[in-house]
Design a protein around this ligand. Sequence first.
Ligand code: ADP
Ligand code: MG
Length: 243
Amino acid sequence: PIPNISTEIKKTTPSNGKEEAFSSPEFSDMEGKIDSKVLKAVAQDLKYDLMTPIQSRTVLEALSGKDCLAQAKTGTGKTIAFLIPAIQNIIKRGPVPGISTLIISPTRELAMQIGKEAEMLVKYLGLKVNWVIGGTNINSEKNKLMSKCDILVATPGRLIDHMNDPEFNKKLLYLNTYILDEADRLLDQGFAPAIDKIHSNLPDRRRYVRQNLLFSATIPPGVNKIARDLLDSSNFVHFSTIP
Ligand code: ADP
Ligand code: MG
């Protein structure tokens, strides 16, 4: 089981309680760790120089293969923080005929923002990003998913609709990075039963290995429970960039 969260924070946070011990490198310092085509998109298209604390910490921990419970405030750059490890996992494995990355987001707007940022990041890699967010015809979404789809961003309700389709679930057998963004907001909006349903429908981790990244600004009991259920108890880290 996952240790008590507060003791875990003490273990992974420097004694002054701040994150300064984990300095923010420049993206260009990550050559060799982050694919050069991703770094090119970051520099030329997104035009970011410095990594934010949550970005450097998450990339460091996630590239070492750990599941992560990452705590950070809104506006700290979480999107890139989880997209980079997901993309690295795709590159490391090579092409597959299914969905490699699944990202759950509480709202359509956030899901689209994540999807657009992902498209920019994978521009030089030829990977395909899709989103299923409801409000559109489900069959047109299905057609998109049956052609190439490496990274999928979804809102909970619409994802469950797609999970009723065995063809979609076959594509999900290739999942190697699963990301839950804004977990506390998802629970505030009443999505706890939907999240449980999604998790029980994901491929069995004993047969299909995947990395799980859980992001939340706060860790109320509901998020703690999700963390215990979802994260790999023998290989996970909890860290926070909130002083
Ligand atoms: P969060 O998910 O933590 O709320 P976002 O990932 O949406 O944060 O990022 C917040 C804003 O900061 C976005 O406009 C994003 O484009 C920008 N941003 C992200 N990372 C960096 C960075 N390393 N340097 C400069 N701007 C960044
Ligand atoms: Mg965000």
